[in-house]
Design a protein around this ligand. Structure first.
Ligand code: COA
Ligand code: MG
Length: 289
């Protein structure tokens, strides 16, 4: 699976922020054509964003522009402006059903053929942000090999539910669990909703650690200051790596004595425990941490 921990939103009609972003290194850049762009700026955002794609591609990071949803009538023009060799994928707002994915894929396929690209090159990151989308989330995740991850959109989800957003995110408990489990079952990444209190890194860290504990693999950032915190939370820590090495060593020693389990610091080390430690070491290695 591709590693995508931090995904930085940049409003697609804001050259000053797009310039600023070029010097940053989130795992993925998300130039936004959707809700951070006012309706009368949509065309402007398309042309500005497409003029930046080559420069973003030169950073070596992934580019996954976010486009307007199917019901806006803007999606086809958005995709026409951005599909090409520079992008890794597209993120599509307000996907409710597998049929929505099929419709987006059809447009992508046409554009890929026109650009001389192999069909299926452009990946998809749908936004799950309505009650219907939550009910359909596994079917959505499993509906296309283009899908590499799914995102929770908390603001739109709570609007659709006609419920309040509270400070402690209790209202997100079920959607977060549903998305994390569906994404895992379909072999795609669960990516968490942006954290809006962008001047509170401690709250971002705590909130993101909770979503990581449920199975989320990364999170959207809306401000440059959030990138490092998100990368840290969604990477194995030094202490975790050290502990995993000790678990593997203890298990190997037990195995060499013909035993299938042992203990470390008062905890059992058996097959699933050592498997988890090995997976963590593999992840740390692939992240270069
Ligand atoms: N990408 C690139 N640069 C950004 C940025 C972003 N997402 N957010 C802020 N910056 C820049 C600012 O332009 C500013 O640049 P400057 O020093 O050259 O003036 C610098 O970082 C510091 O910004 P700051 O003053 O702390 O914040 P702000 O008040 O200018 O902006 C927001 C705050 C929330 C309006 C802004 O971060 C933003 O628009 N974020 C994206 C929102 C978005 O995409 N939402 C859609 C998904 S929900
Ligand atoms: Mg949304």
């Amino acid at each position: 699976m591709t590693i995508i921990r931090s995904l930085l939103f940049v409003p697609g009609n804001a050259p000053n922020m797009l310039d600023k972003a070029l010097a940053l290194r989130p795992d993925a850049f998300i130039p936004d054509l959707e809700d951070s762009v006012p309706i009368d700026e949509k065309a402007n955002a398309r042309s500005i964003t497409s003029s930046y794609l080559e420069r973003f591609a030169a950073t070596g990071q992934l580019i996954i522009p976010r486009v307007n949803s199917l019901d806006t009538g803007l999606l086809e023009e958005d995709l026409t402006a951005i599909v090409g060799p520079h992008i890794f994928g597209v993120s599509v707002g307000k996907i409710d059903t597998p049929v929505d994915i099929a419709e987006v894929s059809k447009v992508l396929q046409r554009l890929e053929i026109r650009a001389g690209m192999q069909i299926g090159t452009v990946k998809l990151v749908p936004w799950i942000e309505s009650a219907s989308a939550i009910v359909n989330v596994y079917e959505i995740c499993a509906s296309s090999s283009r899908i590499v991850g799914v995102s929770l959109g908390a603001e739109d989800f709570t609007n659709d539910m006609e419920i309040e957003r509270r400070g402690d995110d209790r209202e997100l408990a079920y959607p977060r669990n549903a998305i994390a489990i569906a994404a895992r079952a379909a072999g795609v990444l669960a990516l968490d909703t942006p954290f809006f209190a962008f001047r509170d890194p401690d709250a971002l860290r705590e909130n993101s650690a909770d979503s990581k504990a449920l199975g989320f693999r990364g999170r959207f950032a809306i401000h440059p200051a959030q990138i490092d915190v998100i990368n840290q939370v969604f990477s194995p820590s030094d202490a975790e790596v050290k502990h995993a090495r000790r678990v593997v060593a203890a298990f190997e020693e037990a195995a060499s004595q013909g035993r299938g389990s042992t203990s470390l610091d008062g905890h059992v080390v058996d097959v699933p425990v050592v498997k988890r430690a090995e997976a963590l070491l593999e992840l740390a290695e692939s992240m270069g941490t």
